[in-house]
Design a protein around this ligand. Structure first.
Ligand code: F6R
Length: 607
């Protein structure tokens, strides 16, 4: 989180920086700022709140220059005020930072003792003063940065400018991503290729510990041992077109409605509908000798992994372990020889998931990453990349990334099962057939939008909401609760339906809506019993099931949503859609900022 950009070029840089920050807003939106070297001096403009506030500020108080840096912030240390907004400066050095400097308190004490004054509550400000202190001792800007980097613990991507130098920009990274963009007499730094896409397609990614000395003519890159290194310049396929909302009021709704199309695009790359088979990319391991599959992810991507665990265990017949990345990376677990580790991430940059990936790699696991951004850090560090074709997801609440993750994971389970011989050709054909129907069935689900919008009025009144499911319906219950929490700010919990009687059933009364996710599968009767237990205690159930399920139980529920009758294998992909819509409409009724909910950011690049 936090997005950074730097430009050293020929044209007025402020509008280019603001445009770049627009593309970075998904990484944080509690404040934003730019700094320009104008007449050899540092000029800063910073504003609390959304980027529009900064845009207004630079319109009323313009600043001119052809070299500048910019930042969108997701606060870690220090409240989201103008004073804490980046760029930070002491008048000699100015910089933007993504990440966390973990030893900032010690450094701050040392620097304060040397007479440095601190104006902010941030961890970042120590970097400014460290660089300055080395310059004061006679080091060049380049050497001052190199020395500073050696003193920093934690994660950072930095873009740094210097008073009196309108020909020099320095970038550095450790833990957080940073790309160098190559233009014609112009050079760029950016958190990702999307930021730089309208400026250049020629990108090289800094590796861990690298720093780059950037001038208008090019970049010299050094590794953490100060050795000059070459980093390949790649042509990025990322489009520079600004993604719009079309006729939709929010990106989230647009992205929900895009699901049938992007599920189709995702399937097209991996599933052959004519002979009903899955074609996985070449595997970097022998599928008949996998000892264990370890799945690691965060948030919504973790719930996709939970669904995949059911599929992989059933179809591939291999033990599957799953954990959230922030726990997994510190569990100090021994991973088995012959193990495969699967990392799921929309952004491919989530700090905890990336650290977990590196840990699994050290333990000799073959690494598969399932990402939506093929140039992301995770993709670059994996043995095998699986890609969702969701296209850019702008709404902070993940929707189409989740259902396309499920689509790929379903194909992975079929593909591995077929290569291991743990499922028959007929089973493969049947499951592929069910998957090819998913985009059409997803359209059928969207027909319930209006009804879900009506039901959202009841949810919007509630203080607490429960979601229940079993089997692959359980992660969908968790995902439904997460969607509702993050965009409507209503407290919600997802539970395995069978677990209710072990405690949570005490919460049930007529004020707590209970959403039951229950396709008619082999566990339907069991879920039905749990639902009866809720109804017997006065709970108001919103029942999501298919025709057969509703015929059996529909009249007992306060409300029903009839979803298409499908092979239970693909049900979780489709049942994700009504829980997204219910959360979306509830948030709209509550008047929250649906696309940029409070306290969140799209790409979580800090621990
Ligand atoms: C919820 C949501 C988050 C992300 C999580 C992981 O709607 O979007 O829970 O799923 O932060 O992000 P990625 O998938 O980019 O690793």
């Amino acid at each position: 989180m936090c997005g950074i950009i730097g430009i050293i070029g020929k044209a007025e840089v402020t509008p280019l920086l603001i445009d770049g920050l627009r593309r970075l807003e998904y990484r944080g939106y509690d404040s934003a700022g730019v700094a320009i070297i104008s007449d050899k001096k540092i000029a800063r403009r910073r504003a609390e709140g959304k980027l529009n506030n900064l845009q207004k500020l630079v319109e009323t108080d313009p600043v001119s220059g052809t070299i500048g840096i910019g930042h969108t912030r997701w606060a870690t240390h220090g409240a989201p005020t103008e004073a804490n907004a980046h760029p930070h400066s002491d008048g000699k050095v100015v910089l933007v930072h993504n990440g966390i400097i973990e030893n900032y308190q010690d450094l701050r004490k040392e620097l304060a003792a040397e007479g440095h004054n601190f104006e902010t509550e941030t961890d970042t400000e120590v970097v400014v003063h460290l660089v300055s202190s080395f310059i004061d001792k006679g080091l060049s800007p380049r050497d001052a940065v190199a020395q500073t980097l050696k003193k920093l613990h934690g994660a950072f991507a930095l873009a740094i400018l210097f008073s009196g130098h309108d020909e020099l920009m320095i970038g550095a990274r450790r833990g957080s991503p940073l790309a160098v963009g190559y233009g014609d007499g112009e050079m760029y730094l950016g958190s990702d290729a999307l930021t730089l896409a309208p400026l250049t397609q020629r990108i090289s990614y800094l590796e861990e510990g690298d720093y780059a000395i950037v001038t208008r003519e090019g970049a010299e890159i050094y590794d953490s041992d100060d050795q000059s290194v070459e980093r390949e310049i790649k042509l990025t396929a990322t489009s520079g077109a600004m993604i719009g909302k079309g006729n939709y009021p929010h990106f989230m709704l647009k992205e929900i409605y895009e699901q049938p199309a992007v599920m189709g695009d995702t399937l097209q790359a991996i599933l052959n509908p004519w002979n009903r088979t899955v074609t996985l990319p070449d595997l970097p391991f022998d599928p008949t000798h996998i000892s264990r599959i370890t799945i690691v992810a965060c948030g919504t991507s973790f719930y996709a992994g939970m669904v995949a665990r059911y599929w992989l265990e059933k179809l591939v017949r291999v033990p599957v372990d799953i954990d959230i990345a922030s726990e997994f990376r510190y569990r100090d677990v021994d991973l088995p020889a012959g193990g495969v580790a699967l990392f799921i991430s929309q952004s491919g940059e989530t700090a905890d998931t990336l650290a977990a990936l590196r840990f699994a790699k050290q333990q000799g696991q073959k690494i598969i990453s399932l990402v939506n951004v093929p140039e992301s850090s995770m993709a670059r560090e994996s043995d095998l990349i699986l890609q969702t074709k969701a296209g850019p997801e702008i709404g902070v609440a993940s929707t189409k990334a989740f259902t396309t993750q499920l689509t790929v994971l379903a194909c992975l389970a079929i593909g591995l099962g077929s290569q291991r011989g743990s499922i028959t050709k007929e089973t493969v054909a049947g499951l592929c057939q069910a998957l090819t129907e998913v985009p059409t069935r997803a359209n059928d689900v969207l027909v319930h939008d209006e009804r879900l919008a009506e039901l959202a009025h009841e949810i919007a009144e509630a203080r607490d909401v429960l979601y229940l499911g079993r089997g692959t319906g359980y992660p969908i219950a968790l995902e439904g609760a997460l969607k509702l929490k993050e965009i409507s700010y209503i407290h919600a919990e997802g539970y395995a339906a069978g677990e209710m009687k072990h405690g949570p059933i005490a919460l049930i009364d007529e004020t707590v809506p209970v959403i039951v996710v229950a396709p008619s599968d082999e566990l339907f009767e069991k879920t039905a019993s749990n639902m009866q237990e809720v109804i017997a205690r006065g709970g108001r159930v919103i029942f999501m099931s298919d025709k057969a399920g509703i015929e059996k139980l529909g009249n007992m529920a306060a409300a029903t949503i009839e979803l298409p009758t499908v092979d239970p294998f693909v049900a979780p992909i489709l049942y994700a859609i009504p829980v997204q819509l219910l959360a979306y409409h509830t948030a709209c009724i509550k008047g929250t900022d649906v696309d940029q909910p409070r306290n969140l950011a799209k790409s979580v690049t800090v621990e």
